[in-house]
Structure formats: structure tokens, C-alpha cells
Design a protein around this ligand. Sequence first.
Ligand code: AMP
Length: 546
Amino acid sequence: MRSTMMDTPLQVSRLLDHGRTVHGSSEVITWTAEGARRTSYAEVGADAARLAHALRDDLGITGDERIGTLMWNNAEHLIAYLAVPSMGAVLHTLNLRLFPEQLIYIVNHAEDRVILVDSTLIPLLAGVLPHLSRLRHIVVVGGGDSAPLEVASGGGIAIHRWEELLRGKPDRFGWPSIDERDAAALCYTSGTTGNPKGVAYSHRSIYLHSMQVCSVEAFGLGPASKVLAVVPMFHAMAWGLPYASFLSGASLVMPDRFLQAAPLAAMIASQRPTLAGAVPTIWTDLLAHLDANPTDVSSMREVVVGGSACPPALMHAFSERHGVEIIHAWGMTEMSPLGSVSRPPAGLAGAEAWAYRYTQGRLPASVEGRIVGPDGSVMPNDGKSVGELEVRGPWITQGYIGDAEPDPEKFRDGWLRTGDVGVLSADGYLSLSDRAKDVIKSGGEWISSVELENALMAHPAVLEACVVGVPDERWGERPLATVVLREGSSATPAELRDFLAATVAHWQLPERWAFIDAVPKTSVGKFDKKRVRAQYADGSLALSSI
Ligand code: AMP
């Protein structure tokens, strides 16, 4: 028997129409050098219609042509997020921290026709422009000299100004009906080897994912929420926060390019967000700043931390010293990106609740997970059996753009192989020990680099610690600990080793140590372990003897 239910497509334009009308007085607040700039969702909706008119009528965009954005988190980027998919075109968010060759690769691979660029990023775009073969138009957002673009394009690319393009355009657009399975947005993820790989989110996946982000088991968003979206809109769709905010009426605070601890603290103190999201390194810096410059950050009900394992010491410090609860979450670009969120089971408190909060969290109904052993066999969800996590669900990609067949390294029997190693418990909680490629194999036994890092970062003198496996004649591999000390603090390798010995098995204790100024970071702010291994290999790390 077929159901009697309507089959209305799930479309980004629904999120847009709903947000601009029902939540028209909610706001996106963009940080600038002069302070906060406010735009209501009603205005965002009107500008989204104007942008769609400009793209179609002035720039001739039709069908599913790709529109790139080289932008910080700001109101105009939100307008593009909504307008481009709603008109049937495909949004391609460009990671402005990629190496130029990678940026060129992804723009050409996606065949971007237009790039919207923040004027502060003109030099970056001008540098790669001569290599962008399919690009026809650039739209500059904000004031600033666009001459470098004109010079670099050699006249072959039309350069427009956002303000001029939108001026006088109608504030309504007849959004087309779109197959909900068609692409709405693209994001490329840069693996450790080879070219970046593209994922195409559909209207349906974005819609369903947005509902999940709003849910109480995830971020619990509603009209009274104010979300500080530090996670960049060019990384995994800013965890779905822009769309989820438009759906739920949550207001957004957008830091633009002001991502350092001092302006973030100022933003929090003046705009009083109720929730924030970013990778651990941002919160590590902010914590050091707050400890030195007391600021009232208690408006934040919760801070969602993901993208890398969140050190328990960071969670405790925020909770105990600043009254802010860190919620640990896990996801991937390939998963739109939300997977699990760590909310303890009801009724638990104290140490029992903390033990759950350290985990990567519980998978929601729409994300099925399984743990697979090295021989490909599915292992029990018993909280003990360690293997690679595989996932499937309606907002998880089944392949990469342009691949004839799903890459068997990344996909198996309709499941995505996450490359993350850990366990699932019977009650659905995920605990990751490491990335498969970062686990250290010493004398046939596994050492979790993340466990060593978390233990080290609990030492009061340690700001950041990054542990990698390095070749060892006797054991195959051994851990190398690279440590950034807090300003004004000191510690010796022997002291740190003794400190680790309280919680870590003796045979896992590193014998190689290096004190460094900063841990190298990837384009999305994670520890760049590949670079640390390379620095060790080429002898550029100064090792401290124990
Ligand atoms: P990306 O696609 O750049 O967001 O990277 C996804 C990867 O980041 C995952 O496969 C994990 O290895 C890592 N990751 C994300 N969140 C967490 C977390 N909470 N704990 C540990 N690793 C994480």
C-alpha cells in the first residue's frame, strides 16, 4: 500500500522563505573593524532574491552552474548560501587557506563560473586567477581596490561590485522547483595525499541535516538562540549552522576575519551568544586569553567543539573556570558534517556524566554506524571491540565528485569508511582513539596518539601537545611528543614523562621530545601531523634529551 502523504521536495528555498518571513526579525551580526554590523533575516531574504536576479539576469547564470565563494563568515556569505542553491545553481565554498595549487584545482574541477570574493581576499584570488580556466565573472563584496583582479584576469573576466549588482533588483524571486536529490552545494576535503576530493550535498541532505542540527539531541536551536559560528563557512558548511539558524530562527554572530582570541572575547562579551562552535585550537587560544583577561562569557550556554578530539582538560577548564559547558561532537565533510554529539544519558551526574562527555557522543537515528575489523568483519557494539568506524545515512556521501566508481579505500558496500578508529558502545556512544593513519604501532602494540596528547594537555605548563609516530629500529614505531609550553611556564621532558606515567602505561611513554613554538595546523585548524612527521624526518625539529 502506498502512503497518502504529499511528496513535496525538501529544498533550500523553503529554509530561505521560512526564515525571511517567520523569523524575519532574527539577525545575522557580522563583526567588523568598527564593531558589529546587523542584518535582519528579512533583509537577508530580500538580498538573496536580489543576488539571484543579478546572477541570472546580469551574469547569465542558468541551471546548475557553480558559484564559488571565497569569503569569511559574514552576512553576504549567508545570503549566497541561501540564494545560490535556491535558484537552482550550486554553491561551492572555497577554503581560503588551501595552497594555491589546491585552490586552482578545486575551482577548475568544479568548473566554477562565478566567484564571490570578500575584498580583503582580492590578493589571494588575483594570485591564482590566470589559472582559473572556466571562470567568467567575479563579484567583489565590500570596498577596496579591485585593480589586482583586472590586471591578473587580463580583461577576460568581468569584475562586478556586489552593491552595484544588487541595487534596484526586485526583492522577490520565483524560486524554481528543484529535484531534492540534485546538488545544492559542494565542499572539497583535502586528504593527506593526492588532490582534494569533492562532495556534493543535495537539497534533501541539507534540509534533513538542518533539522538534525536544530534538534535537542544536537545543538537545540530556536528563536531565542544566538549562535557564534566560528567554524568557517568554507569548512564543512560551518557544521550546518547557517541553514539550521535560518530554519529555527536562531540569530547568528559571524566573526568575519576576526578569529583571534581577543576579538572573539570582545564579540562574546558584547553580543552575548548562547552557543558557539569551533575546533579545539580556537578554544585553547581563547581559554589562555580569558585566563589572562577575565571576560564574562557566561552567556554561552554551550560551546560545541569538534573537528578534532577535544582534550578533557579543555572541557574541565571552561566548565570550572568560566561556567561554560563544552559539548564534544564528531563529524566529517563527507557527512554534511554532523555525526555524533556527546550528551550523557538522562539522570547521570558527576564523574559518570563526565565519562560520557569525553566520548565523541551518540549517533543519531539517521546515522548508522558499525565497527569493522582489519579483516573486514563487523565487530560487536560492546564498547571494547576496536576497529574502523563505517557510517551510512541520508546526509552521508556515497562517493566523490567525478569518480566513476566509489573509491574502495573510502567506501565499502554502501558504507563510508571514516578512517577513524574506535569503539561503539551498546547504548550508541562512539569513542574514537585515533585516525587510522595516526595510530602508532610499537612492537606490535597500538598506541593512541590522541590519548597521549590529551594526557599531556592536562599538565598545567602545556598549552598544546601533538604526538606522532616516528620510525624506530627496535620497535618499528615510537611516539614523538612535540609540546608548546604556556607563556611564562617551564617543564622538562623528564617532568612531563613522569606526569604521563600517572595515567599512561609505561611502555607507551615517549622517549623523543621537542619543545616548539606552535603546532603546525592544517587549512581547517587541525594539528598537521604530516608536517610534524616531515619535520622530524628532515631533522628540522630540535629534540630535547630526556
Ligand atoms: P573534516 O572532514 O575536515 O571535518 O575532518 C573529519 C575528520 O576529523 C574525522 O574523520 C575525524 O578524524 C576528525 N574529527 C572530527 N571531529 C572529531 C572529534 N570530535 N574527535 C576526534 N576526531 C574528530
